[in-house]
Design a protein around this ligand. Structure first.
Ligand SMILES: [Cu+2]
Length: 490
């Protein structure tokens, strides 16, 4: 299969390796902002309090409370060694900006490189005018209404990928930190289509939406996920060999990044990614014919590709052989990925994305189905003694392969690398699944109990990688007899 986009990817990663991103508080700029405090008249930006401590009337509910304080920052666009960024007067690259809820944030952007830029905070719907002449400036000024961690970027195509992104923290991080909670992005492992009835090849239509959203990563910790259709992994696509598939990719207007889709089941440029680079607010389309049966990974392939994948943009597409797959009682859809966050594992709050850790393949978290507790607390898998189970297991990665193993079970059947062209393997303990690869593992349940799914590189279990299959039913003392102790992780 050809992947014409990989050369672009390699280039993006190579140029990004020169970068050192430091996250230092721009203290001088913050102090400068303090001096502007409450000087109405002297500053065009000084706010008239719209919601002061008046006790005579009921406060107007709609008006945001303002502190009257103006926090001013000056940033200059720079291009260094093929990398773009925002530089503060003290030389900090993409500095972290700070303000308190109710403060007026005033960012003066100076064009330092003669390239067209702007500054925007999409989550707060803030966007400056574009400036393209060296030395020209624009001002982005607004009241920070709510506490949180937001991303500032340059909106021009490719500039986020080139490095133009930093953080704005509104509120006291120490106070805001424990409060981080967000909706689940985890995919239920039983959320997959039923086996196909035997049928002739068809022409099918699938629509994907690239949804960026803050979601639950671990207890008290959130992450700004990028997803297909709002969940990790993306929807399980189930077709048969010979089907023709029409794919539409929609990227909502409020997205920060462009996105795309590359199916490893596609024969053609970029696996579809060459035809689906989709800007926020855009929509693209392509059609392919499924030539080879197998279980294939799909993922976003927009530079920096690894950033998009780690953030959750992966899923599986099953191309069933003509005769279908052997019948089983239950099927599960599980994918492994790893996350590169600014905060260390276990730290509360929004974890943030860390490009330096990504480039050095130094993850903080490993996850099944998007979060640390997706397949333990949220969607524990269930089955009964006597049933047969098939696991569709894929690795989104972006970088780490998985040594897939079920503790307490032996795979009766494994399709190595999800290839269906050869006879499957029998009686396998652990199967290696490459990044961007998949497998199908089948086993019959004979003994009740708890069966953890793991990557047998077991340190990763301590970094969030664990799933649990609970099996109920009668004991079978001929096969296993013993008192099950608690606390063994089983
Ligand atoms: Cu993407």
């Amino acid at each position: 299969m050809s992947h014409n986009h990989t050369s672009t990817l390699d280039k993006a990663i190579t140029t990004s390796r020169n970068v050192v991103i430091t996250c230092t508080v721009a203290v001088t700029a913050a102090l400068l902002g303090m001096t502007l405090l409450n000087l109405p008249g002297s500053q065009g930006q000084a706010q008239t309090p719209t919601h002061s401590t008046s006790t005579t009337t009921t406060p107007a509910p709609a008006a945001p409370a303002t502190t009257g304080k103006v926090v001013a920052y000056t940033l200059e666009t720079v291009m260094e060694g093929g990398k773009m960024g925002f530089k503060s007067p003290d030389g900090t690259f993409n500095p972290v900006l700070h303000a308190q809820p109710g403060d007026t944030i005033k960012i003066t952007l100076i064009n330092g490189d003669g390239i067209l830029h702007d500054i925007a905070i999409p989550e707060l719907k803030q966007d400056s005018t574009d400036i393209g002449t060296k030395g020209s400036r624009t001002v982005l000024s607004f009241v920070a209404e709510k506490a949180g961690t937001f991303t500032y970027i340059c909106n021009l195509p490719g500039h986020v990928a080139a490095g133009m992104t930093g953080q704005l923290i509104v509120g006291n991080p120490a106070a805001a930190t424990p409060a981080a909670s967000a909706p689940s992005i985890a995919r239920n492992p039983t959320d997959l289509p039923a086996p196909l009835a035997r049928r002739a090849p068809q022409h099918l239509k699938y629509e994907f939406e690239t949804i960026e959203k803050v979601g639950h990563l671990a207890d008290g910790t959130t992450y700004n996920y990028w997803t297909f259709n709002g969940q990790v992994p993306g929807p399980f696509v189930r077709i048969r060999v010979g089907d023709t598939v029409d794919v539409t990719l929609k990227n909502p207007k409020d997205s920060v990044a462009p996105h795309s889709i590359d199916f490893h089941a596609v024969t053609g440029p970029g696996g579809g990614a060459a035809a689906t680079q989709t800007a926020p607010g855009g929509q693209t389309n392509f059609t392919f014919k499924a030539l080879n049966p197998g279980l294939y990974v799909y993922h976003c392939a927009t530079p920096m590709v690894a950033h998009h994948i780690t953030s959750g943009m992966y899923g599986l597409i099953l191309v069933e052989p003509e005769a279908g797959l052997p019948k089983v009682d239950r099927e599960f859809y599980v994918m492994q990925g790893e996350l590169y966050t600014q905060k260390s594992i276990g730290e509360k709050g929004d974890a943030g994305f860390d490009v330096d850790k990504l480039l050095h393949e130094n993850p903080e978290y490993f996850v099944f189905n998007g979060s640390t507790d997706a397949l333990t607390k949220e969607y524990p898998m269930k089955a009964k003694v006597g049933e047969t189970v098939r696991v569709f297991f894929g690795v989104g990665g972006p970088n780490y392969a998985s040594n897939f193993h079920v503790i307490g079970e032996i795979f009766d059947t494994v399709y190595p690398e999800a290839s269906m062209a050869n006879a499957p393997m029998k009686h396998v303990q652990t199967t290696l699944v490459p990044a961007g690869g998949a497998t199908m593992a089948e086993f019959k349940l004979q003994v009740p109990g708890n069966y953890p799914f793991v990557d047998h590189a077991l340190s990763r279990m301590e970094l969030g990688l664990k799933a649990m299959l609970h099996v109920e039913g009668p004991e079978n003392h001929a096969i296993f007899k013993g008192k099950v102790q608690s606390g063994g992780g089983h």
